[in-house]
Design a protein around this ligand. Sequence first.
Ligand SMILES: [Zn+2]
Length: 301
Amino acid sequence: MWDIIVIVIANAISLFESIFGWVLSAVAFVIDLFFLIPGLGNALKVILGTATAIVWTVVSLPDALAGLFGVRPEKRLRVCTVVLSDELGEPIADLAYVRMMLQAAATAFKHEANVRLMPSAPFQFSNGFAGEAEVTDDWIIVDKTPSTKALLDPATGGQGFVKNFGELGSQFEAKASRCCFYGSWRRIVGYGAPVTVFIVRSLERAYGHAQYEAGWVWVQNQGPRNGWPIGLLTCNLRVIAHEVNHVCGHWWHLNAGSNQENLMEVPATETPPTIEAAVARMRLNTFQILLLRASKHVTYI
Ligand SMILES: [Zn+2]
């Protein structure tokens, strides 16, 4: 019963947002301009991003308690996926490959945590009881504007974090505002904020990087342009889900040795690049499920 009430309300609000969300996002777009100031803008973004993460997690504590006892109606997690184009304006990743990574994420989050992955776009509804979302190419935005080398090959880890506090962070913020305009107001307010997934050309020593306070992730293209399907065996389809889960509050990794099938371990060996094989290695434990569901990015409406 509770499930049905939640779904009716959530879909009614989705409809309302589809019609009026543009106005809110236009206002948010102007606010976003402050975040584009290198240094100061980045600092403001950290403060706002962290504050909204804390507030919305506290608000969802009663829901987390219910979740602990197994009451977990479907929640929604919005993503805005952007494939960058290289210096010559050529998209750096093949849509089929990006779609497979998104499908692995949609399947794992739905099966593990009853969280429905959906694109940050108008007129997205769910009846709450269907299986995982079926990812289509229209989930993916190809940014045709050529990107600079700094954006195409950003660094990862601590270096990536530091680099984000400046010109680079501002440039990614500008891309998020422009390519993911529809979700702008949610990115400011934090509630149900879409996670922006940037598909970049290369990263150093990692498949992906999560920039928690900014609400975006970088995922390295491993697809056809890097020799796929010849290099199919080294194709890691877990990356989008893994990085998005970092942004949703799971900042650390689990020990790979004792958590072989967990989404938050970093496997020493690759899995065959099928969605089934990837999803089998994308399990979440109870604490991780509750943490994911309590994230500001994961909401009922
Ligand atoms: Zn990681």
